[in-house]
Design a protein around this ligand. Structure first.
Ligand code: P1T
Length: 387
């Protein structure tokens, strides 16, 4: 299973398809076999073949995905987990200690906020939510000597705010903190935070990387060997690893990420054009719009602007709920990043856990995850749902 070929100079699509795995020397299988084995025979005590001992520590199917994820993010070390939140928790416990402090986004996936506010805080890790669009606000939130991590989501979920990764990486490093970027919304195809100075990239691979809404997973990618060693230790010690069947699906999804992302972006751009001209829509939020406050930074650090659109319904909360209920091609559901279009009401669904906090979202907001269906069908669906 050890990879022979060096893909570092290859293009994104080539890495996504080939990195992490060379055809199996025994059979020539072009895809990583699903190694449904919890343990591996040793040739005498400690005589491990290829370093495999027990599948929590390492599994060849997972090794292949981890190599591919590291390659597409321009990193050195990849780690695959059972969910995005398992990846986040493992990273936090690898880096932070009781008494430390983290600056977190004042607009983020509700589950990430809940993890910091309801789980990590109990173990003595403090956090301050800050507007990541404002570098000075982030600077002001840092507690010198205690802040070990600045946690970034860009674009954010669900408000699609844009953080300047390069500027925040410089700020973090000024304070001996690390910069973590949750790259779930952009995907590695549209944005590569490590090249901009970030120390670790986080993914919910449940989303664009998997791409087919058929598997839950998470990932971490970094360059630094010392940090990688800490993550590897905690990945094994905590045990929130991705299983071989899930890993297979995620890896299969990754191979087509580039072509899917192009279509997600094409469709999203056309839907944005439709929504901005619709009288029932009060505001369209999409980083590709020149009027979006983060447009210039997004243009600088993203290849295109992604497949997620948020918009506010002029007639308020009930009207927003009605639009969600009336949509037919857009499926009403949580999650995002799959081939099928999804519609949801963040206030009552994905971000219900932040109600009453600094991160509460407005009740007239709808989030669309634009899929790769025929765009005409998506637009006529929204037309009837908004009518
Ligand atoms: O669901 P999980 O794989 O554990 O990933 C958590 C997560 C992390 N980061 C971001 C930016 C996310 O959007 C998510 C999960 N988000 C949803 C389920 C959602 O519908 O927004």
């Amino acid at each position: 299973m050890t990879e022979q070929h060096d893909w570092t100079q290859a293009g994104f699509e080539t890495k996504a398809i080939h990195a992490g795995y060379d055809p199996d020397p025994m059979t020539g299988a072009v895809n990583p076999p699903i190694y449904a084995s919890s343990t591996f025979k040793q040739d005498g005590v400690g005589g491990m073949r290829g370093g495999y001992e027990y599948s929590r520590s390492a599994n060849p199917t997972r090794t292949a995905l981890e190599g591919a994820l590291a390659a597409v993010e321009g990193g050195e070390h990849g780690f695959a987990f059972a969910s995005g939140l398992a990846a986040e928790d493992t990273l936090i416990r690898s880096v932070c200690r009781p008494g430390d402090h983290v600056v977190i986004p004042d607009d983020a996936y509700g589950g990430t906020y809940r993890l910091f506010d309801k789980v990590e805080k109990v173990w003595g890790l403090d956090h301050t939510p800050a507007a990541l669009t404002d570098v000075e606000a982030v600077r002001a939130a840092i507690v010198p000597g205690r802040t070990t991590m600045i946690w970034v989501e860009t674009p954010t979920n669900p408000m699609l705010n844009i953080a300047d990764i390069e500027a925040l990486a410089a700020l973090a490093h000024e304070h001996d903190a690390i910069l973590v970027v949750d790259n779930t919304f952009a995907s590695p195809y549209l944005q590569q935070p490590l090249a901009l100075g970030a120390d670790v990239v986080v993914h919910s691979t449940t989303k664009y990387v998997g791409g087919h809404s058929d598997v839950v997973g998470g990932a971490l990618v970094c360059r630094d060997a010392e940090l990688a060693e800490k993550i590897a230790f905690h990945q094994n010690s905590i045990g929130g690893v991705a299983g071989p069947f899930d890993v297979f699906l995620t890896h299969r999804g990754l191979k087509t990420l580039a072509v899917r992302m192009e279509r997600h972006c094409d469709n999203a751009e056309k839907i944005v054009e439709f929504l901005v001209n619709h009288p029932a829509v009060a505001e369209v939020i999409y980083p590709g719009l020149e009027s979006h406050p983060g447009h210039e930074i997004a243009k600088k650090q993203m290849k295109r602007f992604g497949g997620i659109i948020s918009f506010r319904v002029a007639a308020g909360e009930q009207a927003a709920l009605d639009v969600c209920a009336k949509a037919q091609v857009f499926t009403l559901g949580e999650s995002l990043g799959g081939v099928e279009s999804l519609i949801e009401h963040p206030g009552r669904m994905t971000h219900a856990s932040v109600a009453g906090t600094d991160l509460e979202v407005s009740a007239d907001l709808i989030r669309l995850s634009v899929g790769i269906e025929s765009v005409e069908d998506l637009i006529s669906d929204l037309e009837q749902a908004l009518a």
